[in-house]
Ligand binder design. Structure first.
Ligand code: LEU
Length: 898
């Protein structure tokens, strides 16, 4: 396997202007006729045409209708005797492939007797020989031919221009995409589907047809996806003045999919998990995920499709930007649902922000500190599929968010939001229809806002694209009572990452405010721009009483993806928790208090008890009982930092010790807040009609958390009332969120009733694949009290409903255990790691992309305490010793061992 370097980029030697594809679809042998108009790129020296291919059977190559000589170089088809000069010529290639055998789910594959494609990043080469790179853009027309009974629905990108019957019970459809596109946006779907349709009228008066295709029986689960699509269209019109450029926009759901969804032009293909929902089968989290993934793929139509990436190193150009857009969309939508109550609206936005930051910290920060750390714009890769990461997506989004913050021009009264929108307009003005780079994007945003901090510091700001690792900001404050001046000093550093020993200072936007000792706001939010290694900021003439010290609120709204190191006193944190006007920092204060308590207990040598002191427990109680705060926010404040996040703070990680400490903290909260949980449950459970809006879902989250705590406490006290009530809730629930919360409360506490509840749940839902995923995941992810979870997982692998070839199912059982249940996975007998290495190898033979994700479960092995460290190392070496690994897994394990 070869290392591909960003610095080696060269423009393509040929352009492919048009592509006319004819498919004779047959599961075992599909025939693909590819007729192209090709011409030499006049800007590049003459050279042979090298077309990418993968697992194709080549039958014929014609140039201008004549047979031609060709040779194979590895998997590339090389054509040397092509017409000279710059005239376009016809190139025709005929190949066959075997979609039924395609378990990698890249290229053309069969799932549930239907055909689907997945071409990003390099799947098109598994369909036909092509210049499989995003900077080659072509006009596509596609003819699909298939058996009419087995494949009544035939879809591809763009508009349907013709359809009809053929001999032998076959039929055809012809699609023409009016937009040029790179081949990774090609798609086809063929099979039996039903569809929800909606006609919408754009502000321009243009009509659009929206369609959501699913398997028959799932139509009653498509309303939310359709609503989310309509909301996305409206939002992009309003916020960025971007409208739908297609007559027809289709979404198709498949249950076999490697990722979340794919933005193929006009024909998005989705994992069923991000389409199907009704109140009986989907939780509030599913509803929220569907909204954001539908938004994400729709927003790609501009950020990704109209303007695409020059090469795959620029992946964050489209993904980071589009995650930013979907995050903003979800925030705006939540706020809009509460527009009559500004405080509640602000809180709903903060809830979304906190959830996004939590993901960043628990998944991206560890990645950025581990062997797979890479810049938002990587410099090299072996397998591009390994770089669809939380760094490209989530950190990439944070980089765009900082650009929005820094695009403000206060002197002209232009907010960051307005400045950023202007930047987006300029970006499309300059680059519509092009394949561009992250530099082009940053330049457009800066050029549209000449007086902004972004424009001033653009070159330095772009280090966020180039340098990996999570920067650390150390802050310290001092207050001079005589001059009533507060001085905030900050210094920044960034730990080394693979291939980058030394880092230059970043541009770090720090939103900052000050509170009085009683919690009143003394200094409203100010934007500080940290550009030096060390810098101080002064705030004079503060209205503080004699003897009163201000409390700093730093990095409000998490204004930069950094670790903020500041030794706040407990009193300061309690003040911030109670009074900060910035809800993010309010939540953050509780997290810091709990994290500090956890770290102290982890470092101690005795068994953890009473990890949380009385003042903190009381502060958490006050939050829980505070009528001015909404339930979703309370749920977040009362959720303790995860084991992964605690582990990230430590040099040496003993996963069992961390697990024991966190469990002890949970037990303490369950015990000491018992009456408050009982109150919270009564006050927040309701039986009305289901609605996934932010207020109702917040209530369900909090009542569910209350049940979890009450069941946990019952386990220690022997109480039978709450387990009984929980079981009743489980049985009587009117929606999946309440039902699943009650089930989780029983299973998570290891109560007797759990077994019965799991069986009932299975009986109710064994025909609902997505619900069965939850059933597997819950068991594999539950607290390991007697060291039995591993054998339970091994048994579940033999369950008739377990299918390792289905990525959702594999993730629900195997990943839930290996990647999301540290207390069960890290065993002193190494059996968890043995199981892991077996599964990585098993999956690698089926689907390398899924295997490589699982392979990352031990990224952080070198930080583990003994005996885990040696055992994990052995397990990784066992995988690496296999000679026939995929490039995907090979790259991950080699980096882990280097
Ligand atoms: N472009 C897709 C996304 O929206 C990812 C692809 C690899 C399926 O995240």
């Amino acid at each position: 396997a070869q290392l591909i370097q960003r610095a080696d980029y060269t423009a393509p030697a040929f352009w492919i202007d048009t592509v006319d594809l004819t498919f004779d679809l047959d599961p075992a042998k599909t025939r693909v006729l590819n007729q192209m108009r090709v011409r030499r790129n006049p800007d590049v020296a003459a050279q042979p045409l090298r077309l990418d291919g993968d697992e194709l059977n080549l039958a014929r190559v014609l140039v201008n209708g004549q047979g031609t000589s060709f040779k194979m170089d590895g998997s590339q088809l090389v054509l040397e005797n092509l017409p000279e000069g710059h005239e376009a010529f016809d190139l025709e290639i005929f190949t066959t492939c075997n979609p039924a055998k395609n378990t990698k789910l890249m290229g053309l594959y069969v799932s549930n007797d239907s055909f689907f494609t997945q071409c990003e990043a390099e799947g098109f080469r598994r369909i036909t020989y092509f210049l499989d790179r995003p900077d080659v853009m072509s006009n596509y027309s596609v003819t699909l031919r298939a058996d009419k009974k087995a494949f009544p629905v035939l879809l591809s990108n763009g508009n349907l221009v013709d359809e009809g019957t053929l001999e032998d019970g076959r039929h055809f459809a012809r699609w023409v995409d009016p937009h040029k596109k790179p081949c990774y946006l090609f798609a086809l779907v063929a099979g039996q589907f039903v569809c929800r349709e909606q006609r919408v009228k754009a502000p321009s008066g243009k009509e659009h047809l929206l369609q959501v295709f699913v398997r028959s029986g799932d139509l009653d689960k498509t309303e939310h996806a359709m609503n989310s699509l309509m909301a996305s269209i409206k939002w992009d019109e309003q916020r960025f003045n971007l409208s739908l450029d297609l007559e027809r926009f289709m979404i198709v759901a498949t249950s076999d999919f490697n990722m979340g969804a794919m933005e193929n032009k006009g024909l998005n293909i989705f994992n069923t998990k991000f389409v199907l929902a009704n109140s009986a089968t989907a939780t509030d989290m599913d509803y929220a995920n569907i909204e954001s993934v539908v938004g994400h793929e729709y927003f790609h139509n501009w950020t990704g499709n109209r303007v695409t990436c020059r090469d795959w190193f620029q992946l964050s150009l489209k993904e980071g930007l589009t995650v930013f857009r979907d995050q903003e969309f979800s925030q705006d939508l939540a706020a809009e649902a509460l527009k009559d109550n500004p405080t509640a609206a602000a809180s709903a936005k903060a809830v979304k922000r906190i959830e996004d930051v939590r993901l960043l910290r628990t998944a991206q920060f560890p990645e950025d500190a581990g062997p797979m750390a890479h810049p938002v714009r990587p410099d090299s890769y072996v397998e591009i599929n390994n770089f669809y990461t939380v760094t490209i997506y989530e950190k990439g989004s944070e980089v765009v968010r900082m650009m929005q913050t820094l695009a403000a021009t206060p002197a002209s009264n232009i907010s960051g939001r307005e400045g950023f929108a202007k930047g987006m307009s300029l970006y499309f003005e300059r680059h519509d229809g092009q394949a561009v780079t992250c530099d082009d994007f940053a330049q457009a945003i800066a050029d549209a806002n000449p007086g902004s901090a972004l424009a001033t510091h653009l070159t330095q700001f772009k280090r966020w694209y180039a340098q990996a690792g999570t920067p650390r900001v150390q802050a310290s404050g001092s207050y001079n009572a005589d001059t009533r001046t507060y001085t905030l000093s900050m210094s920044q550093s960034c730990p080394p990452s693979p291939g980058q020993d030394h880092k230059e200072p970043f541009v770090i936007p720090v939103q900052f405010g000050l509170l009085g000792a009683d919690g009143r706001e003394v200094l409203s939010t100010q934007l500080l721009v940290l550009t030096e290694a060390t810098q101080s900021f002064e705030f004079k003439d503060l209205s503080l009483q004699a003897g009163e010290e201000p409390v700093p609120s730093i990095l409000r709204g998490f204004s930069a993806p950094v670790v903020l190191e500041k030794d706040f006193t407990a009193t300061q944190l309690l003040t911030l928790l109670a009074h900060d006007t910035d809800p993010f920092n309010q939540w953050e204060a509780a997290q810091r208090l709990c994290l500090n308590a956890a770290l102290t207990a982890v470092a101690a040598s005795d068994a953890p008890t009473h990890v949380l002191d009385a003042a903190l427990v009381q502060a958490l109680r006050t939050v829980l009982r505070n009528p001015a705060l909404d339930a979703a926010f309370k749920d977040l404040v009362l959720t303790l930092p995860s084991e992964t996040y605690i582990a990230e703070q430590l040099e040496v990680v003993d996963p069992q010790r961390i697990h024991a400490v966190r469990e002890s903290m949970r037990a303490q909260l369950a015990r000491e807040l018992h009456d408050d949980w009982a109150w919270a449950f009564e006050a927040h459970s309701e039986n009305g009609a289901f609605s996934p809006d932010p207020v109702s879902s917040g209530r369900r989250a909090l009542s569910g958390m209350a049940l979890t705590m009450l069941c946990l406490d019952a386990r220690t006290t022997g109480d039978e009332v709450w387990p009984g009530r929980t079981y009743q809730c489980f049985k009587d629930a009117h929606n999946m969120t309440d039902r699943f919360n009650a089930l989780s409360a029983l299973v998570g506490s290891g109560l007797e009733l759990a077994g019965d509840a799991l069986q009932r749940f299975y009986n109710l839902f064994h025909n609902e694949a997505l619900v069965m995923d939850k059933w597997f995941a819950l068991q594999a992810g539950s607290t390991d009290r007697g060291g039995n979870i591993l054998s339970l997982v091994r048994n579940l692998m033999l369950h008739p409903d377990f299918h390792i070839k289905n990525p959702n199912r594999a993730r629900s059982l195997i990943f839930s255990f290996c990647s999301a249940n540290p207390g069960a996975f890290h065993r002193s007998d190494a059996a968890g790691y043995v199981f892991w290495s077996e599964r990585v190898l098993e999956l690698d033979a089926i689907n390398p992309q899924v295997a490589a994700r699982l392979a990352r479960a031990l990224d952080r092995w070198s930080k583990l305490a003994e005996p885990y460290r040696t055992a994990a190392h052995e397990a990784i070496k066992r995988i690496a010793a296999k000679t026939d690994l995929s490039n995907d897994v090979r790259e991950v394990v080699s980096r882990a061992l280097s």
